[in-house]
Design a protein around this ligand. Structure first.
Ligand SMILES: Cc1ncc(COP(=O)(O)O)c(C=O)c1O
Length: 271
């Protein structure tokens, strides 16, 4: 694919130069309906760029495939099988990933250094956590992600666990042995979820630690607004392998409130 393409920017630019206005939200109608004081601070460009993906950049059938093309470009750039975007932060994405692996009362192995959005996901879903202890670094006085051995032991004690979730990098910047943990999961036919909220930069430089997709993880969520340059709440799901059905992940994401029509259409075409 031609990685210099930017389908969303192109569609947005066309939308603006055609002088289009939709009958859908947002109600500010490209700044016209916004308070002048807000326009003075934010600038009209913020409103001009605030356009729905469907009924705006594209039609309701997504016949121009604007989002799909952008997601395919990103998937290729970072070696994922499938990528789709969310505007609800990794706080939502990680919950959708958890729900696509385990249901109420089912067990999920989770590194104890998980973000509070993971804990919220447990409370909302009723998924039962099996906590896996991080590694204490006494010299630096901080915790590193749990080891491969710790996940192996947790699976041995809870073989019915539906999969595992690890946070990598941690907010301190340390990365897990993702390939090792993925191998532990896959030996049992179970998926590995990686909360890679802080790892948007990892796929883009060879000297950085291996990131989730290259290490064989099944799904990872990445905050583009953290170590990437995206706007606030920009988050991405990446899928690898075939242990997680993209349609199931998309439906869980939809259920939680991030719309993902493109991936539903995409997987529909895929059969
Ligand atoms: C490890 C980890 N996971 C998930 C999140 C949630 O990410 P977001 O801010 O994109 O909702 C955070 C946020 O700081 C985080 O540190």
């Amino acid at each position: 694919m031609d990685q210099s393409q930017a389908p969303i920017l192109r569609a947005l630019s066309r939308y603006q130069s055609d002088g289009q206005l939709s009958y859908t939200p947002p109600g500010h109608k490209q700044a016209r309906g916004a308070d002048p004081r807000v326009r003075a601070v934010l600038g009209d460009a913020a409103f001009a760029a605030d356009v729905l993906a469907i009924g705006g950049l594209d039609d309701h059938q997504e016949s121009r495939q604007v989002l799909v093309q952008a997601e395919e470009l990103m998937a290729e750039a970072v070696h994922a099988r499938l990528t789709f975007f969310s505007t609800c932060g990794s706080s939502l994405s990680v919950k959708a990933a958890m729900l696509s692996v385990a249901g109420p009362q089912e067990k999920l192995l989770i590194g104890r250094d998980a973000h509070k959005s993971v804990v919220a996901g447990l409370i909302l879903s009723g998924v039962s956590p099996v906590w896996v202890e991080p590694q204490w670094d006494a010299e630096r006085r901080l915790a590193h992600p749990p080891s491969q051995r710790a996940f192996e032991a947790a699976f041995a004690a809870h073989p019915e666990a539906r999969g595992a979730l690890v946070t990598s990098p941690t907010p301190y910047g340390a990365c897990a042995d993702l390939a090792g943990i993925a191998e532990v999961c896959h030996r049992r036919g179970r998926p590995l979820i990686v909360d890679e909220a802080w790892g948007a930069h990892l796929p883009f430089h060879p000297d950085l630690p291996t990131w989730a997709m290259d290490a064989g993880a099944d799904v990872c969520v990445t905050s583009i607004h953290k170590m990437g340059s995206g706007l606030e709440q920009g988050s991405v799901f990446h899928l690898g392998g075939d242990l997680i059905d993209p349609a199931v992940l998309a439906s869980r994401a939809d259920l939680l409130g991030t719309t993902s029509p493109s991936v539903l259409i995409y997987t529909g075409l895929d059969g």
